[in-house]
Design a protein around this ligand. Structure first.
Ligand SMILES: Cc1ncc(COP(=O)(O)O)c(C=O)c1O
Length: 366
């Protein structure tokens, strides 16, 4: 028998070298306070559980609507777009980002993104072996419009509000960027529901601009994997050619439709989260901790220990202390703009109280 090559050797060279995306920890036991992946601390609308319970065996037996037809209609209506031709539904917005990379990026035509922002973009580009164009923020986190416009990307992914800082980008800056940039501009609004402004009004105005949204954060449905793209019908038609035939399962389509149909419930949740966010933002600023103004459902804070010292060691010390007390937050240690900070998702009142008390303990112990 001939000697066989190993699976690793058979894989494409760029796949062998790939550094996979590292998601936040998802512990299975329930006694953790999870403030590390920006999930919503509140349950989804009761209408979602009802829609899932009402799914019949017949619906499960058959393939789902390939285009998530009813949901597209509801999404277009909910975001006041002309009709369903302007909406695309994906298996989470991550799938949509992936489809956009597939459609617009290769080794010559690059995908651009801000650093720091969502760390999935470079991973998706690496999987495609596509050209990567990273544009850096400085610590003001003001959008460097000229640098982006001149970066040569075929498609640019702009996270607004940004992650992990939570800083929102003014719609006027996005409009100016779209005017100056010759490529596709994707505004990733995963946290758009918590922001004071958004780029939705630009979708009809600017053909090369599209917005992605998710039900994972504002609609408490991270487990169902439902994301949207709102964009020109030409873009939607392209993505329809590239996606899997049945990319969103029947349960997710039903849950998404029920969620979108209960805006009153979700407006209440979002208001609650914004209230809690503002309360803790003020509290940490009062303690002298640098806290970026957040337009999202998380806060990016730079802890100082009891002697007033700041820096990566201090941030890591608090991160470890919280983990020892079964509270998970997120630390981004690979960039000088983020390595002295922690990203903390806004939790329920009781979770935030426990967090606050644990931080007090750390201050006394450090
Ligand atoms: C900026 C950003 N975009 C997209 C996503 C992915 O969202 P989804 O759950 O819809 O795939 C996330 C998730 O954390 C995110 O932070």
């Amino acid at each position: 028998m001939r000697a066989k090559s190993s699976i690793k050797d058979l894989a494409l060279a760029h796949m062998q070298a790939l550094h996979a995306y590292v998601p936040g920890k998802q512990p299975r036991d329930r006694d953790w306070i999870k403030l590390n992946t920006n999930e919503n601390p509140y349950p989804p609308s009761p209408a979602v559980a009802e829609a899932l319970a009402n799914l019949s065996g017949d619906q499960l037996r058959k393939y789902p609507s390939p285009i998530s037809g009813e949901l597209r209609k509801a999404v277009a209506e909910s975001f006041t777009l002309p009709n369903e031709n302007w909406a695309f539904v994906g298996n989470g917005s991550d799938e949509i980002l992936n489809l956009l990379m597939r459609t617009f990026c290769d080794p010559e035509r690059g995908g651009g993104y801000m650093v720091p922002s969502y760390s999935l973009y470079p991973v998706l580009l690496s999987i495609k072996n596509a050209k990567q164009i990273a544009v850096r923020y400085d610590d003001t986190f003001v959008l460097p419009i000229e640098k982006i416009a001149d970066c040569g990307a075929n498609i640019f992914f702009l996270t607004s509000p940004n992650a992990p800082t939570g800083v929102g980008i003014p719609t006027e800056s996005i409009r100016n960027l779209a005017a100056a940039f010759d490529g596709v501009l994707v505004v990733d609004e995963a946290y758009g529901a918590f922001a004071s402004e958004n780029a939705l009004s630009l979708v009809e105005e600017i053909p090369n601009l599209c917005v992605t949204r998710t039900l994972s954060k504002s609609h408490s449905l991270a487990g169902m994997r439902i994301g949207f793209l709102l964009g020109n019908p030409e873009m939607v038609q392209l993505l329809d050619k590239v996606r899997d035939s049945y990319n969103v399962n029947v349960a997710s389509q039903a849950a998404g439709l029920a969620a979108i149909s209960d805006p009153e419930y979700y407006n209440g949740l979002v208001d609650n989260i914004i209230r809690t966010r503002e309360k803790f933002s003020k509290q940490w600023q009062f303690m002298g901790w640098k806290t970026y103004p957040s337009e999202s459902n998380f806060l990016f804070i730079r802890p100082a220990d009891s002697t007033g010292t700041i820096g990566p060691k201090v941030a890591l010390s608090l991160f470890d202390f919280l983990r020892e007390h079964k509270i998970l937050v997120r630390y981004f240690g690979t960039d000088p703009l983020t390595d002295s900070f922690l990203r903390i998702s806004v939790g329920s009142d009781s979770e935030m109280l426990t967090l606050s008390e644990t931080i007090d303990q750390w201050l006394k112990s450090a």
